[in-house]
Design a protein around this ligand. Structure first.
Ligand SMILES: [Zn+2]
Ligand SMILES: [Zn+2]
Length: 69
């Protein structure tokens, strides 16, 4: 069993690139914003809680260190 971010929505098959808004559930299911709204923040597959997937910045991604200092 391998956990990996899938680049497509499991609900409608729409592309969900890392730079685009997407939702993931507790079991790594990936959904686009439209499917997430239909499911009312719940995964249509397993009923897990959907949370906003962190987006990667298309620019200036050098290390990604948090602004601690
Ligand atoms: Zn979708
Ligand atoms: Zn799920």
């Amino acid at each position: 069993m391998s956990l990996e971010m899938r680049p497509v929505c499991e609900g409608c098959g729409a592309a969900t690139p890392p730079a685009d808004a997407a939702w993931i559930c507790s079991f790594e299911c990936t959904f686009c914003g439209d499917c997430a709204e239909r499911g009312a923040a719940a995964c249509p597959n397993c009923g897990g809680e959907l949370v906003p997937r962190p987006r990667r910045r298309p620019e200036g991604d050098e290390g990604g260190a948090p602004s601690d200092r």
